[in-house]
Design a protein around this ligand. Structure first.
Ligand code: NOJ
Length: 532
């Protein structure tokens, strides 16, 4: 099979949270020049694309997810010249750049919203969602009602997140056109794709019906109207399909561009309807970041997503275990003395599923969350939900070296560096062939060379052992089996019929095995049918 290599389908995405990646000017905030200085490192990993969390002008109430100007760079990150330099330096190294496009809402400081709120009859009066009275029970994801009174216009507006993030009215044709122009603007500059923030929330129910609120004694649901509701009417509206088709036709009018949509919710059959040849190239849901470190839980999750995409060869899921919204997986899975070994098993899982993997800066060195106290938090949502929900622990500066502030800045970092930086950092792990960092590199090299991993069909291989997850990837007559032992004790797994040879990590001698397979603690291996 000699199908062409497509970066978004065959490659790996690397997410950078720009504020915390590398600071070049000593102000304690990561910036574009800092990213440029680390592009060789990113390329050395073997990833294909960088997804940058938002870098647009923003008052930073939600750290960039509140955009005040879509067509300019926030000064804390640098200038448009810095951006253009970064783009061309990335391209020279074969790296694609995906921007985070946040067009469900803007900042309340955006000129569009300032105009919209100024009166009820200005040209942008209808660009946001205004009501005389609160029409329903829709809630804000970051706490409280989703409806906010505006003194100036003497009406309520809707916000799905902070009150400083008013939702755009996608039913207004002018607003929608302006948003499509934003896409064209960045594509014309040479940007390769977008990660689309909360992409299934763009449209709300035309009749503004209240969401059902099933009875629950779950304390999280009692404490948060947003979590308690079934989101029937404030997301997943039928109009989304046409919006995606329009966005896809714009994207396809430039060569090799792609869109990755962040989905709210976790129902694979509903969400995979949005990825198709004429809709979104890739979708991801936070479900894998909410799955416990247990083979049966991953079995269920992966089987459901695979079943939902199997019938449509154009549907493609992006898998990620960590991002900037959840505690890092190393910490979620139990950040103990076994964390490094567990991190390798998790990496093997991520890189061998049928989908496009996305890794979050720092996970390649198994960076854990920093243990921040409440007074150290910066993120408003984390402050509201502390200690149950904390995004800042995963947003601390990248740990480059055992130097002051982990080599991230010469100044005072905006968020303190994690307490593990003396031992867990890039410089140390570069030196050790067995480090998590070098494991990530080797695994990505292997994946790149394996059509079965990039394109092959997926099927689970059921196991008796509750410690093991085993599955197959198959393309043509080539078969690979991936064997994962999730825990620190030996396990026995059953290989499918045939003779198998371990191909990753390679064993000296390379004996073939049949039938029962003894897995060492935390073994994560790839086997290939031996007559190939
Ligand atoms: C999802 C983003 O990942 C998150 O960081 C942000 O707060 C919300 N969308 C709102 O834009």
């Amino acid at each position: 099979m000699t199908e062409s290599y497509l970066w978004w389908r065959d490659g790996v995405i690397y997410q950078i949270y720009p504020r915390s990646f590398m600071d070049s000017n000593g102000d304690g905030i990561g910036d574009l020049r800092g990213i440029i200085s680390k592009l060789d490192y990113v390329a050395s990993l073997g990833v294909d694309a960088i997804w940058l969390s938002p870098i647009n002008v923003s008052p930073m109430r939600d750290f960039g997810y509140d955009v005040a100007d879509y067509e300019n760079i926030d000064p804390s990150f640098g200038t448009m010249q810095d951006f253009e330099l970064m783009l061309s330096e990335a391209h020279q190294r074969g790296l694609k750049i995906m921007l985070d496009l946040v067009i469900n809402h803007t900042s309340d400081q955006h000129a569009w919203f300032k105009e919209s709120r100024s009166s009820r009859d200005n040209p942008k009066a209808d660009w946001y969602i205004w009501k005389d009275q609160i029409p329903n029970n829709w809630a804000g994801a970051f706490g409280g009602s989703g409806w906010q009174w505006d003194e100036k216009r003497k009406q309520f507006y809707f916000h799905a997140f902070l009150k400083e993030q008013p939702d755009l009215n996608w039913r207004n044709a002018d607003a929608r056109r302006a948003l499509m122009d934003v896409m064209r603007y960045w594509f014309s500059k040479g940007v390769d794709g977008f990660r689309l923030d909360v992409v299934n929330a763009y449209y709300k129910d035309a009749q503004f019906r209240s969401n059902p609120r099933p009875f629950s004694l779950n304390p999280f649901k009692l404490g948060s109207p947003f979590l308690a509701q079934t989101h029937l009417y404030d997301r997943d509206q039928p109009e989304l399909h046409d919006a995606y088709r329009e966005m896809r036709s714009i994207t396809d009018s430039y060569p090799e561009r792609a869109m990755l949509g962040e989905m709210l919710g976790d129902d694979p059959t509903r969400l995979t309807r949005y990825t198709d040849h004429d809709q979104l190239h890739l979708i991801y849901s936070p479900a894998p970041t909410e799955t416990a470190w247990r083979p049966d839980h991953f079995h269920k999750l992966i089987s459901a997503w695979d079943a939902a995409t199997a019938s449509n060869p154009e549907a493609r899921v992006c898998y990620l275990l960590s991002n900037h919204d959840r505690p890092r997986h190393v910490s979620r899975y139990g950040n103990d003395s076994l964390a490094m070994q567990r991190a390798k098993v998790a990496a093997m899982l991520l890189f061998t599923l049928r989908g496009t993997p996305s890794i979050y800066m720092g996970e390649e060195i198994a960076m854990p969350d920093a243990k921040l106290s409440r007074s150290e938090l910066q993120d408003p949502a984390s402050k509201t939900y502390y200690p149950f929900y904390n995004r800042d622990g995963a947003r601390t500066p990248m740990q480059w070296a055992p130097l002051p502030h982990a080599g991230f800045t010469n100044g005072k970092p905006w968020l303190r560096v994690g307490e593990t930086y003396q031992t867990i950092n890039v410089a140390n792990q570069n030196e050790y062939p067995d480090s998590v960092l070098n494991f990530y590199r080797a695994l990505m090299r292997f994946r790149k060379g394996s059509l079965a991993l990039r394109r092959g069909a997926f099927s689970m291989i059921e196991q008796k052992s509750r410690d093991v997850l085993m599955y197959q990837r198959k393309i043509g007559d080539r078969r690979l089996v991936i064997a994962l032992n999730f825990f620190a004790r030996e396990a026995v797994a059953q290989l499918p019929k045939g003779k198998w040879k371990r191909v990753f990590p390679t064993r000296i001698g390379g004996d073939t095995v049949e039938g029962a397979l003894r897995l060492t603690p935390f073994e994560a291996s790839i086997y290939e049918e031996s007559d190939h």
